[in-house]
Design a protein. Structure first.
Length: 378
């Protein structure tokens, strides 16, 4: 279940993964283009007993001494010596300022009497020359101090043909992998953040009992619709369940909520996709029908009335409830304000409630119209 959940999150945020990977890939190419290349040259040296000085039994002792690593490590320190490095630069007629970014490192290879000297820098010929010159000066210097051992060149440094960095193909591949990983993390994180935010927004705008809009948010929807289409017809209608109001104090909350949910289902079935429903008060709903004139609105309200006027059985409580619905509507016209439109809708509802005759009535300023006079649907 967890894997399926994360796959669903990635399916929604696939564009984040793709965008992050492309950004990482482009960044790698840009950095590689503007970064100065760095080259590495290495030379290897071997430490061994000096045959002209150490002979016979002394050779065995000298080899055993080399196994203690202290002698080889000492020669490694010579290669790392700042003094020898500066002498090498002087011999090559180089100023220390010109090779300020160059690095020199000497290490003793494991389980061997071999030293490796590496030099990195921006000039491939120069790093090889520095490595070879430092090695040469080290050999000359230690030959006068430790005559029992020889340090000789095993592999001389050669000018490298390709830099160790940047390497566009390698860096781009690594950046692509890291970009995908980062994109996957961002996609999952964004969905994890968005879901609680959407839940919070829904709590602000949706009625928890019925799942329709709250009154305040519905008014904003109507205001936006009037602003975007000021010259178009727009109908509002309040569906009041008078029978439910009479039983609100005696009927259990679970039963009341179930009835409201059933009425909500009826309203959704009768309305179009761009229509909106909201909870107006505890026993009534309000409907918005964009681009709907009075005749069409009256027909819709009449269908709703016929669907919800039937008695509702609650066998668990052994009662039958007559919802006794009333519907009052009004059509937007003559640029009246939202407040006037809502007031007119409530006045029509009150008139329907008090008349005791009409169950559905719609008011239209341009063409006063009562639902009872509506032409029959074919």
């Amino acid at each position: 279940m967890e894997i399926r959940h994360y796959l669903q999150l990635l399916r929604k945020g696939w564009w984040i993964v793709l965008l992050t990977a492309l950004i990482a890939l482009n960044t790698a190419f840009i950095v590689a283009y503007f970064t100065e290349p760095v080259y590495l040259a290495s030379a290897k040296f071997i430490v061994s007993p000096n045959p002209s000085v150490v002979t016979g039994y002394d050779v065995v002792n000298s080899l055993e001494a080399l196994d203690k690593r202290s002698i080889v490590a000492t020669y490694g320190e010579f290669l790392n010596s700042r003094r020898i490095y500066l002498n090498a630069l002087e011999a090559l007629r180089l100023s220390p300022d010109t090779v300020e970014d160059y690095t020199l490192t000497a290490v003793v290879l494991p389980d061997a009497n071999i030293l490796e000297l590496t030099v990195t820098g921006s000039n491939p010929q120069l790093v090889a020359s520095i490595a070879n010159m430092v090695g040469s000066l080290t050999i000359d210097y230690v030959s006068h101090l430790y005559r029992a051992y020889d340090v000789s060149v095993l592999d001389a440094a050669i000018a490298p043909l390709t830099p160790i960095s940047p390497q566009p193909v390698r860096d781009a591949g690594l950046a692509l992998v890291l970009g995908i990983i980062a994109g996957v993390s961002l996609a999952i994180l964004s969905e994890q953040i968005r879901i609680p935010l959407d839940t919070y927004r829904n709590r602000l705008r949706m009625d928890t009992t019925t799942g329709v809009y709250k009154r305040q948010y519905f008014e904003r929807l109507v205001e936006n619709e009037l602003t975007q289409s000021p010259g178009e017809a727009l109908s509002l209608g309040i569906v009041e369940l008078s029978g439910l109001e009479e039983l609100s104090e005696t009927l259990p909350a679970n039963a009341t909520n179930w009835i409201l949910q059933q009425v909500t289902d009826v309203l959704r079935k009768e309305l179009r996709g761009n229509d909106a429903i909201a909870r107006w008060n505890k026993n009534s709903f309000i409907l918005m029908l964009p681009l709907t004139p009075s005749i069409a609105a009256s027909r819709t309200f009449e269908r709703i009335y016929q669907s919800i006027k039937r008695p509702v059985d609650l066998p668990q409580y052994d009662i039958t409830i007559n919802l006794d619905p009333h519907i009052g509507g009004a059509v937007y016209s003559n640029n009246i304000s939202l407040g006037d439109l809502l007031s007119q809708t409530e006045e029509i509802l009150q008139a329907v409630r008090q008349s005791g005759e009409d169950a559905v009535r719609v008011w239209d300023m341009k063409n006063p119209f009562w639902a009872d006079d509506a032409p029959a649907e074919e």
